[in-house]
Write a protein that binds this ligand. Structure first.
Ligand code: ADP
Length: 291
């Protein structure tokens, strides 16, 4: 009891932090009113978008314009610091463009309600989350539907080449993953990454955003994931931030971002012909692996 009494003083300090946190006003852009239905694949257009991070003076994106066509896969490539992730953050409405606008199916994206956008957008980042929960939960989490549709879970797992886990693991889909709990089964980093991909695909998003999605996956598994994705109905628009040319090769169109501007747009073959910068990036990687 005495010890607990002593702790009150210590915890009190944290409570004041918490109260201060609750008083903060969110600085994310305002949400619009129009519900986004997500029934058609998303078509996105960046029109003359420039962006400077709040509290800084450097224009990270400088008057960029490009389109992500509905149902197609587009890769964003460029050196570190070029502005690729910033483009994704604007697309996900974490920030408002400083000037210019982003259009979703012909309407300014800021007019849509943010919650409905997130219901139909899936984003998978490099620092994906590993839930110490069952295999099924790892696929279901973040999906708005509460129904546990076993067939759909298995189908999604098979898309990322993990269906065998449902048979291999001792309790099938109900096997707890990770090391936090007793009897938890640990997966390899590549398997976790594929599972995160299954989670992103489960809700059949109209826009799928992948930030170097297969960095921990070997080239053969990567091929089969992209093959499975290309067989999905073209109800999904995909944008991939990619460094590896094995990933980039799976896209319909490539947008090269350089110093916050659109340097070139085209297919892999077109860019190899037209852009010296793209050629340099490509051959730097090919030669690196050519030992
Ligand atoms: P990429 O994804 O192409 O590597 P980023 O979009 O992450 O590039 O970064 C582009 C530029 O924006 C970099 O110069 C980076 O330092 C800057 N930057 C990124 N995030 C922030 C932030 N939160 N505040 C200020 N500057 C940032």
């Amino acid at each position: 009891m005495l010890a607990s009494w002593g702790y009150i003083n210590i915890f009190y300090i944290y409570i004041s932090n918490w109260v201060a946190f609750l008083k903060l006003n969110p600085k994310t852009p305002k949400s619009g009113d129009i519900p986004y239905k997500g029934s058609d694949p998303a078509s996105i257009e960046f029109r003359n978008v420039s962006f400077t991070y709040p509290g800084t003076s450097y224009k990270v994106l400088n008057n960029i314009s490009f389109k992500l066509e509905a149902g197609k896969t587009t890769a964003l490539v460029g050196l570190n610091g070029a502005g690729k992730t910033t483009i994704i953050k604007l697309l996900l409405r974490f920030y408002e463009p400083t000037s210019g606008a982003i259009f979703l199916n012909g309407r300014d994206i800021s007019e849509y309600s943010r919650d409905t956008l997130y219901q139909h957008f899936s984003a998978l980042f490099q620092d994906f989350v590993k839930y110490d929960r069952s295999l099924a939960d790892n696929v279901l989490f973040t999906s708005s539907s509460d129904d546990r549709d076993v067939d759909r879970i298995l189908k999604t797992l098979s898309m990322v080449g993990l269906k065998y886990l449902a048979n291999l693991l001792p309790y099938g889909l109900d096997t707890v993953l990770g090391r936090r709990f007793e009897n938890g089964q640990q997966l390899s980093i590549g398997q976790w990454q594929r599972l995160a991909m299954a989670r992103a695909l489960y809700k059949s998003p109209s826009l799928l955003i992948l930030d170097e999605p297969t960095a921990s996956v070997d080239a053969i598994s990567e091929n089969s994931i992209f093959d499975a994705m290309s067989q999905l109905s073209r109800n999904m628009t995909t944008v991939i931030v990619a460094h590896r040319f094995t990933t980039i090769a799976h896209s319909d169109k490539i947008i090269v971002i350089k110093d916050g501007t659109v340097h070139a747009i085209g297919s892999h073959t077109e860019l190899l012909e037209q852009s010296e910068f793209y050629r340099k990036m490509f051959y730097a990687q090919v030669h690196y692996h050519d030992y």
